[in-house]
Design a protein around this ligand. Structure first.
Ligand SMILES: NC(=O)C1=CN([C@@H]2O[C@H](COP(=O)(O)OP(=O)(O)OC[C@H]3O[C@@H](n4cnc5c(N)ncnc54)[C@H](O)[C@@H]3O)[C@@H](O)[C@H]2O)C=CC1
Ligand SMILES: O=C(O)C(=O)COP(=O)(O)O
Length: 806
């Protein structure tokens, strides 16, 4: 890895940048908004992109002119950029009109002591180029103005270390190292206690490595535009296809703002959401807060809404998606568990479901520990007894926790936090989770065991798995028969993972001594629920996520996810669509465009009446298959194939489903190709098998329509049609002509198009041999009229031609 942060002539920063930093420094005490405005005014409107930051004290971290830095390989550029983006609180991309000029500013909080909630607010949620990872954690970088490459290298190391600690809690230690400001840099990086010393070592090395001694890692530019992390993947349907879609389904077309890109969307918030989240939503959309809606009321409202935000109390059923008449594009679950959302129905309707998977983790874990300790010491019943005027010291003798074995069932985010805390109480912690990595358990000092081993050795069992068909009633009569007599059970996961009748029986016969339950199969449970009324049960009304802090974080996290999704950005917390890391996404961005265009091109080559059944996609790549996620590419090819020939609207959520519904068999093949090891892909080939083509030259020897493309300088190119090699950028529209190769052909066609004032943006001729068959691929900016196309067809040497809209 290499860092080079100097300008070409060795100066650290230019005057303009220096000045900008000075001005911003004076604003450190100010609210973020003036600072953002100042940034904009400093660089002039035409130079600056959208700047977004919200409230609080901010300061400028890096401000660099990309074009002045030494040229570095694009891959490194993207890598470091991706890392920075996922670790900075707020990253602001100020993109100039010239793609080579790119200003990168990272804003961060000035003091490491700022409350984590405040930092959340700093995340860039605007129409910017960057999206930050939604975390509640403090990951702050602050580079001073004279940062040396060696310092950046150290910082990088520290980031890398902090990066491997994915699950920091806001309370985790902060490693804070400061060198004299005039010298270099201050870095604040958080790390879990176990990583603290490493991070500290890395950060304390700042300035101590010889500058520019070794190869470095780069923020510098290549010729291509900067990575575009705010990649849009058309989640928002175009108005026409959207409207057509509702017609196609036999549903009335809703004459509302849905699908209209200019109108403000409407977001229905169906359960109480933190004010900070509501504020963000109101800045972007019309917000309707209607709580406690009956199912029929929700169905009645939903066709007027583009997004719906719920917590665990609202069932988002198939009826809701049906009633939305296609308008609902996003369901935001302000929490973790999505068992109250019919994901299959959402997917079928092309509706993205996003959740807030991390913001309430600590709250749920703390509640688990609260239930564990209060159950063990009979806090709730003894409190009730005192309030009833009694003083029953003998009745409420508890059990100790130290040295006891706790089985954590489900070693995910909450489970592992519970384990960590229970170890602090002196408990011996074991866990069962079929999917948890052993290293993660080892790092916390927890042994992963089989289900039976875990439940049969535990004194306490704490449940932390999701409710799925597999975990439904996982704790039943058979399970309780295997537990140690007198075991105590805590459930802050989902009521449905326990067969509640079986638990009542186990409590009655003493097999289970006590249970502490936050969640129930039916919520709220009926008044006479035997579990709730049981004297050995401590019950709370689904309070796991209900802390002031968690709810504020959840509200912001879900608001940002929903806003991003409504803007068509790929959501990092998507539940029913591929989640792709920002850095991977930026790398794949041009290939995503290529994939859709190849799909659109291939399908327009099919002769009318010839149904498509099989699609074969061949990816040539130097990457290991595990290193190349093709789901987005497949989805975009599917979109490209289906949308031009149907009223369906296809997005990454419903692509596979829609293909299946239409009987489209899509197969993928990877071919190892190490010619371009830096790029994720060398080429993508789309074959439509066993179809007739209206342009016979597009058929391969096997009789399949075959088109192949590559990304060149960030632009998608068509490189193969049938057996003909061509090279034409896939922009605008395309005319493909097969002709006898002879002089003057380009001139003929060029004149016909020129007469109609049609601009040719690209032209390429592929031929089998000189003066034999050739294919001319002509990229045009405008669609030629029928007359011109007819004239092209009438050129004597032209044997066939086709016009394709991309
Ligand atoms: N009571 C409350 O207010 C809250 C409840 N929750 C619930 O807590 C549960 C855990 O949430 P997170 O830790 O955030 O989710 P997570 O997805 O991080 O962890 C769930 C873990 O369960 C494991 N798992 C799946 N099937 C399993 C099985 N058959 N046996 C054992 N483990 C299995 C998974 O591998 C995963 O590691 C969820 O049910 C969630 O809805 C979460 C937050 C608040
Ligand atoms: O996040 C979860 O899974 C929870 O159970 C929290 O639910 P709530 O948002 O408090 O209704």
């Amino acid at each position: 890895m290499f860092v080079e942060t100097r300008t070409k002539d060795g100066k650290a920063l230019d005057d303009e940048t220096e000045e900008a930093i000075e001005k911003l420094k004076t604003m450190v005490e100010n609210d973020g908004k003036p600072a953002a405005k100042a940034l904009q005014s400093m660089f002039g409107k035409e130079k600056s992109g959208k700047v977004c930051c919200y409230g609080g004290t901010i300061t400028l971290t890096i401000l660099k002119k990309y074009e002045e830095m030494t040229t570095m390989q694009e891959k490194h550029d993207q890598e470091i950029f991706g890392i920075l983006c996922s670790h900075a609180m707020a990253v602001i991309g100020l993109r100039t009109l010239n793609p080579c000029q790119y200003y990168l500013a990272i804003l961060c909080v000035a003091a490491p002591t700022v409350h984590p909630l405040r930092m959340q607010v700093f995340k860039c949620v605007g129409d910017g180029y960057i999206t930050c990872e939604a975390t509640t954690f403090m990951r702050v970088l602050w580079f001073g103005r004279d940062m040396q490459s060696a310092d950046a290298l150290c910082l990088y190391k520290a980031i890398a270390i902090s990066r491997s600690t994915e699950e920091l809690s806001p309370k985790d230690s902060i490693c804070y190292s400061q060198t004299p400001l005039d010298q270099v840099v201050m870095a604040t990086i958080t790390a879990r206690a176990s990583h603290l010393s490493l991070a500290a070592a890395a950060a304390s090395n700042l300035s101590s490595v010889a500058p520019l001694s070794s190869a470095s890692l780069s923020f510098a530019s290549s010729r291509s535009p900067p990575p575009f992390l705010g990649l849009r993947l058309a989640l928002t349907p175009k108005t026409p296809s959207f409207c057509k879609r509702t017609e196609g389904r036999g549903l009335p077309v809703e004459a509302t703002a849905a699908g209209s890109s200019s109108a403000r969307p409407t977001i229905l918030v169906a359960e109480k959401l933190g004010e900070a989240g509501l504020e963000l939503l109101r800045g972007f959309a019309n917000v309707d807060c209607s709580y406690n809606l009956a199912p029929e009321e929700l169905c009645a409202k939903i066709s007027l809404c583009d997004a719906l935000i719920v917590r665990s109390g609202t069932k988002v059923t198939r009826d809701v998606f049906e009633a939305s008449k296609g308008r609902l594009k996003v369901v935001g679950r302000a929490g973790v568990g999505i068992d109250n959302v019919d994901l299959q129905a959402a997917t079928e309707y092309g509706c993205l479901v996003v959740n807030a998977p991390t913001a309430n983790t600590v709250a749920a874990a703390e509640h688990g520990i609260a239930l564990l300790t209060s159950m063990a010491r009979n806090v709730a019943p003894s409190d009730a007894s005192m309030k009833a005027g009694k003083w029953q010291r003998n009745k409420y003798v508890g059990v100790s926790l130290v040295g006891k074995t706790l089985a954590v069932m489900g070693f995910g985010k909450v489970g592992s936090e519970v384990a960590r805390r229970a170890k602090g109480l002196g408990m011996h912690v074991i866990a069962h989770d079929p999917y948890a990595p052993a290293e993660k358990a080892r790092a916390i000092g927890v042994e992963l065991l089989s289900f039976d081993e875990a439940i049969s050795t535990a004194d306490f069992i704490s449940l932390h798995m999701p409710l799925t068909p597999t975990t439904s009633k996982l704790f039943n009569d058979e399970t309780f028969a295997k537990v140690k007599k007198g075991v105590r059970i805590i459930n802050v996961a989902r009521g449905g993972v326990i067969d509640e009748d079986a638990l009542v029986r186990a409590l009655d016969d003493g097999k289970v001594a006590q249970a502490a339950l936050d969640v129930f199969t039916v919520e709220p449970p009926p008044k006479d629920n035997r579990l709730v009324m049981h004297e050995n049960v401590t019950a709370t009304p689904h309070l796991g996520a209900s802390t002031v802090e968690a709810q504020a974080c959840v509200a912001i996290e879900i608001a940002e996810a929903v806003i991003g999704a409504l803007k068509g950005e790929l959501a990092a917390t998507a539940v029913n669509a591929p989640m792709v890391a920002a850095e991977v996404l930026s790398e794949l961005a041009p290939y995503v465009i290529l994939a859709e265009k190849l799909g659109r091109l291939a399908v327009q080559l099919v002769a009318g009446g010839s149904g498509i059944k099989g699609v074969k996609i061949v990816y040539k790549s130097a990457r290991d298959p595990d290193d190349l996620d093709t789901r987005i590419l497949r989805a975009m090819i599917t979109k490209g194939i289906i949308e031009p020939i149907s009223s369906a609207f296809v997005n990454i959520v419903n692509a596979d489903y829609t293909a299946k519904q239409r009987g489209l068999r899509i197969s993928e093949e990877r071919i190892f190709h190490d010619d371009s090891p830096e790029a994720p892909l060398d080429s993508i080939q789309v074959q439509l098998t066993n179809v007739e083509s209206k342009f016979a030259s597009a058929l391969s020897d096997a009789g399949d329509i075959r088109v192949e493309g590559k990304v060149k300088d960030g632009i998608p190119h068509l490189t193969l049609v049938g057996s003909f090699t061509v090279d034409v950028s896939l922009e605008g529209s395309l005319i493909l002509c097969r002709q006898v190769d002879q002089p003057g052909m380009i001139g003929y066609v060029g004149r016909i198009l020129g007469d109609e004032n049609i601009n040719i943006n690209f032209m390429s001729v592929g031929r089998t041999a000189p003066r034999k068959q050739a294919i001319m691929a002509i990229g045009v900016d405008e669609e030629p009229n029928k007359e011109s196309l007819k004239k092209i067809g009438e050129i004597p040497a032209v044997e066939e031609f086709v016009f394709i809209e991309l």
